[in-house]
Design a protein around this ligand. Sequence first.
Ligand code: AFP
Length: 342
Amino acid sequence: MSLPQNGLSHLPMIDGQIVTIERFLLDSQPQYAKGDLTAILYDMALAGKIISAQTRRAGLLDVLGLAGKVNVQGESQQKLDLLADDIIVRLMDHTGRLAGMVTEERKEFIRIPEKYKKGSYILVYDPLDGSSNIDTNISIGTIFGIYRVLDDDTPGIIEDCLQPGQSLVAAGYILYGTSTILVYSAGNGVHSFTLEPSLGEFLLSQENIRFSDKPVFYSYNHARGRDWDKGMHQYANWLRDEHTPKLSYRYIGSMVADFHRNLTHGGVFCYPATPEKPKGKIRLLYEAAPLAFLAEQAGGYGSDGSRSLLDIVPTDIHQRTPVFIGNRYLVEKAEEFLNAHK
Ligand code: AFP
């Protein structure tokens, strides 16, 4: 990103040009495309703006704290989770571009109401990842993935969502941190946009993001270490004691924020299996697979410890998976340690 000198230094620019997300998406659209995918991505940017505005005011409005409900994962739903979920459904269900949705916050596959046209895409999302951090003003984010339906002529069905990450046509996240950033890939590199709050516009801030080949960070919940198997212990020891140059340890507890930091500086995020949680904690469809898609697009890799996260064919829309994601060689090293102690 070049630094302009003419009083516009608060605006992200690429080679001196200010590029809005709308312009970037339209320019990136293949000539043969109808524009539906572009429109869904643009709608997600709008959802991100609305959710960002709500999170920024969360301390002022009555939206902090628990909503008194428990979601399908058995976790307490925060008010902001429900609000973010509602915003996305209200923005998306009537556009004629989707055939259905899956969200962390609802047990069932969301069908498009019959009164609206059915589209050719499926949206899967976690409206607010890291929501247990909301009350303490820590970064949280929306993660999403977009699939094509299996059959354009039938109404959206649950099987449309049970596709492996390899079939994702696009994925991304919106991180509500010190600034609001949208990161996405439609299979042609990973690009990030920063929300300029006074304009309400996402402006291109980085094109073709790649994992640094000199990673800096590793991230996992160390407190879960007493439950790890030998392979994970040895991998954690290797990260701490043997990797050169020395890595730093950082763990936020919002995977999307941990992922973003590691994408920016290089590193690895792990949420391994334990006897108590043999499938780990992270959800495959709307957390792990979209981030693994982005990782691969940025030259990295996402694994469940023995195979690519993108190769797993979901059997349940809310299934969980162990996650190792980040720089390819760090993730492959995890696979090596875990497989040696199976
Ligand atoms: P919440 O959305 O319930 O806060 O969970 C966040 C998350 O799925 C992921 O974003 C974190 O990395 C992970 O859980 C944190 O879990 P631990 O508290 O077990 O480390």
